[in-house]
Design a protein around this ligand. Structure first.
Ligand SMILES: Nc1ncnc2c1ncn2[C@@H]1O[C@H](COP(=O)(O)OP(=O)(O)OP(=O)(O)O)[C@@H](O)[C@H]1O
Length: 292
């Protein structure tokens, strides 16, 4: 067997927070057997490998060889660079898989919004490629930093327009969301007259009207009041598919996210699981302050 299996086993077991004894119990083997597999002194039989893949919810390719399951791949960026007057992104390579909760972090001006705009095809990179494994047109939802709202429409007209564009008909859900995000009373208000926080809430409702495989939100909670921020994160937790959020709400990343990307000096300088950070007894904020 390839050398990667012992490392993969240790990594997956640690991520799942299983002791060798607990894993051994689930596999009906001795703890010593698991220890030998992790040290590379013995290999499990094929039926134990299949069981391990089930326990860790990964493919056999990933378990044995560390090769990600490309059936789960949504999007892959390879060596993406973007120059304006100066280089903003120098060499960004990145894969996004199904059912991830990704926080994209970085200082002001690091290029986070630029990266999102490249992914949504609003900007063409200077070099590099973006390969989609899903139909981007149907399965990508974006809530951009600047709200995509039409100032001259009333709130209810804006919602009606968005439901037509997205071909969704679920008035109960929309009503519920308008209520939960405190916009019910503003249905007849012009979008132009909404406050910044109200516009963000309306944008969020509109950008999640249809189901997506990938939802990207650029600083979604800026301008929202505390009650809306709390509801926002609970709401996001219920959304299916992968989510990538640019945010500085570090406490929420601790609670709701699985992976953190740090954009620094034009590259993804860190790509790490939230569990791994927690295993080092750090919060995301502590980690961020240390590495950025
Ligand atoms: N269309 C543009 N033309 C020229 N420069 C641009 C353009 N868009 C972005 N930039 C520059 O690229 C850099 C990165 O901007 P970007 O908005 O991507 O950063 P960010 O990480 O999202 O920052 P913030 O956290 O402040 O939102 C900035 O220096 C910005 O001025």
């Amino acid at each position: 067997m390839q050398d990667t299996f012992p490392q993969q086993l240790l990594k997956l077991r640690t991520e799942k927070q299983l002791s060798q004894t607990e894993l051994a119990r689930r596999l009906y083997v001795s703890r010593q057997a698991v220890s030998k597999w992790e040290n590379g002194d013995a290999d499990p039989s094929i039926d134990k490998l299949i069981l391990l893949a089930r326990i860790f919810k990964v493919s056999l390719d990933y378990l044995i060889l560390g090769i990600p399951n490309h059936n789960n791949l949504i999007l892959q960026l390879k060596h993406v660079a973007m120059n304006f007057n100066t280089p903003v992104l120098k060499d960004v390579s990145l894969s996004i898989f199904n059912n991830e909760r990704i926080a994209l972090l970085g200082s002001n001006g690091a290029g986070k919004t630029t990266l999102v705009r490249i992914i949504e095809n609003a900007l063409t990179p200077t070099s590099g490629t973006i390969e989609w494994q899903i139909n981007k047109k149907d399965f990508l939802n974006i809530m951009p930093q600047n709200d995509l709202l039409i100032p001259a429409l009333k709130v209810k007209e804006q919602v009606a327009l968005a439901t037509r564009i997205n071909k969704v008909h679920n008035p109960e859900r929309i009503n519920r969301l308008l209520e939960r995000f405190n916009l019910k009373a503003q249905q007849n208000t012009l979008v132009a007259k909404l406050s910044g926080g109200q516009k963000r809430r309306l944008s969020l409702i509109i950008s999640t009207l249809r189901q997506s495989k990938l939802l990207i939100l650029d600083e979604p909670t800026v301008g929202m009041d505390l009650e809306s921020i709390d509801y926002f994160w609970q709401f996001i937790d219920q959304v299916t598919g992968s989510i990538m959020v640019i945010t500085h709400d570090f406490n929420q990343i601790d609670k709701f996210f699985s992976r953190v990307l740090l954009l620094k000096d034009g590259q993804i300088s860190h790509d790490i699981s939230v569990k791994e950070i927690h295993q080092h007894n750090q919060t995301i904020e502590q980690w961020y302050r240390q590495v950025n």
